[in-house]
Structure formats: structure tokens, C-alpha cells
Ligand binder design. Sequence first.
Ligand SMILES: O=C(O)CCC(=O)C(=O)O
Ligand SMILES: [Fe+2]
Length: 389
Amino acid sequence: MFVRHAAKRVAGYRQASTFTSIPVIDATALVQPNQRAAAKAAVAAQLHAACRDVGFFYVKNHGIPAALQQGILQQARAWFDLPEAVKNEILIRPDKHFRGYQRLGANVTRYDGGYQRDWHEAIDLYREADAAAVAAQGLPASPIHGPNQWPVQRPAFDQLLRLYLNSMLGLGSSLMRGIALGLGLEEHFFDGQRAAIQDSYWCARVIHYPPLTEGTFHRSSASENDASSSDPAGSSGTAASAAAAKLHDAAAAALKGAEVDRAVQLSCGEHTDYGLLTLVNQEDHVTALQVKNARGEWIPATPIPGTFVCNIGDMLKVWSNGLYKPTAHRVINADPSLSRISIPFFYEPAFEARVEPVARLCSADRPPQFPPVRYGNHLESKVLNNFEL
Ligand SMILES: O=C(O)CCC(=O)C(=O)O
Ligand SMILES: [Fe+2]
């Protein structure tokens, strides 16, 4: 039975708590061979507390070599320095399966009543799915299935990226085993049809955030009917410059933790992630990612060298029957002298996975809170709406 998300709190389920810091979890027992069950259980308990109370955690001792974690950020930075015409060789397009390079402002965050363009450029990649092979298996087609547009303009980056993504897939799978144990399920619960490493429809975004400075501001869609306002503010006269300065003040206040109008342009607007588990590799020199607690306070996810900052998405909310909920976050890079690279890796369910509350996490007191969803449908509904190309 499906019960519409109840306004009242369900017994035993906490709301995202009033955390003021993000826990750091040592993943050794999940990623190294021959670990004792008790050691795995101890990490699983920490993951459980973090997923239930915060929705975010850092992982350290995750097994990804420092040279790879740092090297991929450096290679990405060099790729974004290429001329726009070169980057456009792999421009994201619907007929390229929504994969490839997206220009500054192409990615949008939607909110009730409009959307705002996010001030970043990125390369989007997913598990590659050959349309003919999908058809041969008797599975439905999808506009997202296809090959990636790899950043072949810099072969060293292209090669390292493939190695990096493969390593991240392994780490994501290991963490999902810990999360399964933390939920009181068997270690391999997410393997098989749900989110096995060989089927995870993973996604990765290689992102460059130039600073939010006055010259970069666009008005939100709410004012795009006005022809003059779709230009970058500041390029169309004094009034526009004044408006841009005001918006920049709002973004600067947001960086200090203020709540801002959704129409204010940020590096990435407030959102929750739609998948299972996100692992963010962020540069160490700038704090830009912020996480919202239950009191509405924005807590900075300050970089901790050598870690990944991880968070959970909608699909874990469904499988855990609401025990875990995704936490809202946003990115603000407002210092005019800094730019930032981050690479979120999204460990996701299989495209054909049926995602539904786990029976063992449902009871008479806690009936299923969400209807079953095919992950591919959920993904399509998000990806096909993420861009204003
Ligand atoms: O760049 C980051 O730190 C996070 C980006 C993010 O939240 C996302 O891509 O979903
Ligand atoms: Fe996110």
C-alpha cells in the first residue's frame, strides 16, 4: 500500500537533525580485503548514524590513491582552460544522449515558479549503454542510452578519467555494502538487480566553477520575458549593473550562510540529489559546498584533504522507506580571485532497477511511504529537465 508522504512525523523516524558538522568516516574495513565482520559492523553503524542524522559524511582511507584523486582534478582544470571552440567539440545535445560538455549557465536549478542558471561549466558522463544491445535484451530504449563524449582533446585527461571512474565505481559499491549493513540488511542487498557494480547506471560530472562576480549574473527565468534581461547583467546599462551588484551582495551573504531568494544566481542552486550515493572530489583551496540542517542553517562542507564528501539521494530515501532522507545543499564560489573544480561521482541503481521501500523496513506502524519507481524513469524525468541549452 502506498501512503502519501505524511505531514506528521512517522514514529521512530527523525527529521534531518540540527547537525552543525559533518562526520568523518574511516572506510578501511569496507575497502580493504579480509576485514573482520566486527570491523565492518562498526563502520556500518557510523554510516547508519550519518545517513539518518545528517545525510552527508566524509570518507577517509577509501583506497583511492592520492595521486589519482589529485591528478584528476589537475587534469580537469587544464581541460577547462582550452578554448571554448575546442570544448564545444563535445557539446552536450539531446542527440548525444545528454552527455558531454555544458557551457556556463546551461545547467539550471528549478524551483516553484521558475529556474535559475547555475554558474558552472561541466562534462557529464554516465555508464555507457549501447542502444542496439539494450534492444537485443528486449529492454526499452531511452534517450539517455548511448556512448559518452569523452574529453579526447587532452588524451592524458581522457585516459586518467576512465581509470578514475572505474575506481570510484568500486568505492561506491563498497560503501553501498556498508550502507546495507547499516540498514540491518545483508551486505549484498544492493548487488544483484538493484545496484550491482556491473549495472550501476553511474553518472559523473566534472565541474568548473568560475567565481560568481558581478559580470556573470543573469536574471532568473522569472524575468527572462524582458528581452534586455537575458544578457549578462552589467552589459546593458546602469540599472542592470545596480541589479547585478545587488544580486552579488545576495550571493556573498549566502556564502556566509544566509538564506537567499531562489532567483539569486549561485554556482549551483539549492537541491537534493536524485540517485543513491554521491561522492564528491573537491579541490582543497576553496570552501563552496554548503549543507542545510533542520534549523535551516547552512553548514560548510570545508574540504578535508584526501577525503571525499558523500551524500545520499532520493533512491536511498525510497529503499530505506524514509529512514534516510537526502539533505539540501548548494554551491557558492563568490571569491572573485578563486575558481573551483569538483568531480561528483554518483553511484546509482541499475537503469531497470525497481526501487521500492524494503519490506523489512516497513511495518503496520510504518507502511510504505513511497510508490515503486523504475530508476530509468526517475533519471529521465530529471535529466531531460536539467538543461536550458
Ligand atoms: O560541486 C560540489 O561540491 C557539489 C555539486 C553537486 O551538488 C551536484 O552536482 O549535485
Ligand atoms: Fe548535489
